[in-house]
Design a protein around this ligand. Structure first.
Ligand code: SAM
Length: 234
């Protein structure tokens, strides 16, 4: 399904990354299952092998180039969809303690079957981030949270920052066009501080990773419920 091993390695290399045979075999199983499952449940618009390699797998792994994740850290992927960015990350970093969260149960069902096939251990949560982060067992419990293609920086901060511990990091994977400064107020209210904004090229497309550090506790009234969040950005 994926381009053959040598070609896939050179694609990774072009992005400044390395790929082992074992990682490739897992990504290949992932790609096949994604495309097969996508015929009955909508998971992705990207189904061409080279595009899956570049826009899903390499794009996801790029996070590891920009964010240093210490051994055995906990990570929650908010609005993970078909597992991006965190399932490819887990293939490259099996030590990470992974939690996958999505509001659509059909995606969680897919992820459970996928992780079973890949022999990946993870916790699966079906629910909305703004509800789940209110629960004591998940609030300020993670070393890292991440999200790709879920919401603008202000809304995303409200969904992701409550999950992380003080000194934890939240990594937002973004396209080139969003004005991140529009989320700065939300980041501050929620107890965060924007550490870095790194722009890079994913082949011919521009991307950005914004890293927020949590410097103080998130006030208990956040996140607001989803209708309040939609009505007015912080
Ligand atoms: N992160 C994946 C990716 O990059 O391919 C999926 C992106 S998809 C555009 C957005 C995902 O976020 C969907 O699977 C949706 O169900 C989920 N989502 C949106 N709002 C959410 C919320 N408040 N809590 C949990 N999941 C949410």
């Amino acid at each position: 399904m994926l381009p053959e091993f040598e070609l896939s390695c050179s694609e990774f290399k072009a992005a400044g990354l390395e790929l082992t045979r074992e990682q490739y075999d897992k990504l290949d199983i992932y790609a096949k299952f994604l495309v097969e499952y996508n015929e009955k449940v909508n998971l992705t618009a990207i189904t061409e092998p080279k595009e899956i390699l570049r826009k899903h797998f390499i794009d996801s792994i790029m996070l590891l180039k920009f964010v240093n994740i210490p051994l055995n850290s906990s990570l929650i992927d908010v609005g993970t969809g078909a597992g991006f960015p965190s399932v490819p990350i887990k293939i490259f970093r099996p030590d990470i303690r992974l939690t996958l969260l999505d509001s659509l149960n059909k995606r969680i069902d897919f992820l459970k079957q996928l992780c079973d096939k890949l022999e990946i251990e993870a916790e699966f949560i079906h629910g909305r981030a703004e509800d789940i982060s209110k629960l004591p067992e998940y609030r300020e419990k993670f070393d890292f949270s991440c999200a790709r293609a879920v919401a603008n920086m202000s809304l995303l901060s409200e969904l992701c920052i409550p999950f992380i511990k003080i000194n934890g990091l939240f990594a937002a994977m973004k396209g080139p066009n969003e004005d991140i400064s529009l989320g700065a107020n939300a980041v501050e209210i929620l107890g965060g501080s924007i550490e870095t904004q790194q722009e890079y090229k994913l082949f011919d497309e521009s991307r950005k990773i914004v890293v927020v550090k949590k410097i103080s506790q998130t006030p208990p009234k956040y996140p607001r419920n989803s209708s309040q969040i939609k009505k007015k950005a912080l």
